[in-house]
Design a protein around this ligand. Sequence first.
Ligand code: PLP
Length: 389
Amino acid sequence: MSKLQELDKQYVAGTYNRFPVEIAHGKGSVVFSTDGTRYIDMGSGIGVTAFGIADDVWQKAITEQIACVQHMSNLYYTEPCAKLAELLCKRTGMKKVFFSNSGAEANECAIKVARKYAAEKKGADYYTVITLENSFHGRTLTTLAATGQAHYHELFQPLTPGFVHTPAGDVDALRKLIAEHKTAAILIECVQGEGGVIGLDADYVKAVAKLAAEEDILLMVDEVQTGNGRTGKLYAYMHYGITPDVVTTAKGLGGGLPIGAALLGEKVESVLGFGDHGSTYGGNPVCCAGALSVLSRIDDAFLAEVQKKSEFVFSALRGADGVEALSGMGLMIGIKTAKPASDVVKACMEKGVLCLTAKDKVRLLPALNIPMEILAEAIEIIKGACALK
Ligand SMILES: Cc1ncc(COP(=O)(O)O)c(C=O)c1O
């Protein structure tokens, strides 16, 4: 083991099972390890570096902001924060934004909004948030409670009360839960990322939206992984023709700097008042300047390119040897492989391609601007790694 790996193992909390690869630098969709090995990055820091590593436009945006002011408290106005909030609202039709630093915190904000909205409208006992089985919403004690996967819960009881889970696709089960629990909100991922890159059925999502509207229950969509162009639309809910009351996002929005955002629709735009929520770093001008540059570049022409690259990947892998099924949307792609997914990821790494897993799938989340020739090179290697013969 190298000195760096020994140091990391000795001093960094052992929550990550790192691969023995030390990333030194990179550009776009290519990274180099400290020993000079070249890798194509098909994971983009788990869907974060939307425009790749050390992207010039993003770098300029953040470095210019750093030279002006790197942080101010939320007691004062800064331009990137206000401009980013405006752009997020204009691009989605939402009305207000609360900025935080991560996906989990964006979801925490959404849950607080739901609880306050329901308490004021229907009473303090209307606090239940319904989420889907197999969902993932973060690792704080509250977002773990929201996460519909029991194995994440086991060691950390008691979690925040007031969460129940329903199987995706079953409208009757949802109706039954609403009848049994005084419900504030329903929180869904349109494509379950950590759950194995599983898209929700369009009719189900429409039925959920209808039920939520009828019962005055907030419809909240977690776009932490699916958002900011990842699925070929700006936000994944836009594939489904629904209007959520709350949208949460993070990851790709910052392009590599930590930012989370809860976008509040008309129904809830005034729910959060002075003192109801806050974050020291939330709305940080450097993170917001980077996000502003990311979001400004994700226009219709760019999304059409994402879609084209997606079609290329799906058609290249469909029916390939050792590929049993494909799932996902845009450049959020799950591959059910005949071999164990972890073996495929290891084989890819040995050939210079970094991929992810999600449950029993190989998961691809490349930078949205990955050049076609690099994408094609990576897909050839992935195909080879999947193949049984
Ligand atoms: C859908 C979803 N929600 C929330 C989170 C948590 O985000 P973070 O790790 O930034 O707190 C994730 C992270 O993978 C996610 O995929």
